[in-house]
Design a protein around this ligand. Structure first.
Ligand code: URA
Ligand code: SF4
Length: 203
């Protein structure tokens, strides 16, 4: 059976998830990646932020959101006034999918099959962390968390599911793409507002 399920321990805590994930062969993405990237943040966080997949820098470091998107996300979390100790960050897909272009590795969006294959890890994280609020950043994270197609522009900032409360917002990379252009400030402020709304719901 395809998918990560057989590599996920029964009822793991976050340490157990982090220990088991390197062995995962639930889809083909492990083969070209440097390493698995699971999550960062405390296992008792009340807010879980879900991204798409690790990027180039994350793949090298083994930590989520340490590259450009991570820096922007950090700025947005700070601007929203959210204490980092409350936040657990992870991704819908745990291995970097890319396309080689000369020496460069260009991000390639995960397919729905990768999101489905990797879901057992995110499912286990949700069960282990039990966050009050999940903020899915971007359409890939939205699909993973809600199990359906999500239109970020139409659905962002609203509570789309309960227990845990699920909100979607833009992916930080989509904000980075607007840097130096019209619309950047609005996009950044909208991300901050959605993160703030999530943190407020978490209490
Ligand atoms: N983008 C993501 O979605 N996740 C990361 O960890 C880094 C960049
Ligand atoms: Fe396993 Fe997810 Fe990596 Fe695929 S992307 S090998 S399912 S951890």
């Amino acid at each position: 059976r395809p998918g990560a399920q057989q590599w996920v321990p029964d009822d793991p805590d976050v340490d157990g998830i982090r220990a088991a994930a390197p062995d995962c062969r639930g889809c083909e993405l492990w083969a070209d990646a440097t390493q698995v990237v699971v999550s960062a943040g405390p296992p008792d966080a009340d807010v879980m932020l879900v991204g798409e997949q690790p990027g180039d820098q994350e793949d090298r470091d083994g930590e989520p959101f340490v590259g450009p998107a991570g820096r922007l996300l950090g700025e947005a979390i700070e601007a929203a006034g959210i204490d980092r100790d409350r936040v657990y960050v992870t991704n819908a897909v745990k291995h970097f999918r890319f396309q080689e272009r000369g020496k460069r590795r260009l991000h390639k969006k995960p397919a729905i099959a990768h999101i489905k294959a990797c879901w057992p890890w995110l499912e286990a994280e949700l069960a282990a962390v039990r966050p009050a609020v999940v903020v899915a950043m971007g359409a890939t994270a939205g699909r993973a968390v809600l199990g359906r197609d999500v239109k970020v522009g139409e659905e962002r900032g609203q509570v789309l599911s309960e227990d845990p409360a699920v909100l979607v917002t833009a992916h930080p990379s989509s904000v980075i793409r607007l840097r130096g252009r019209k619309g950047y400030d609005e996009a950044f402020d909208a991300l901050v507002a959605d993160l703030g709304a999530g943190a407020l719901l978490a209490g």
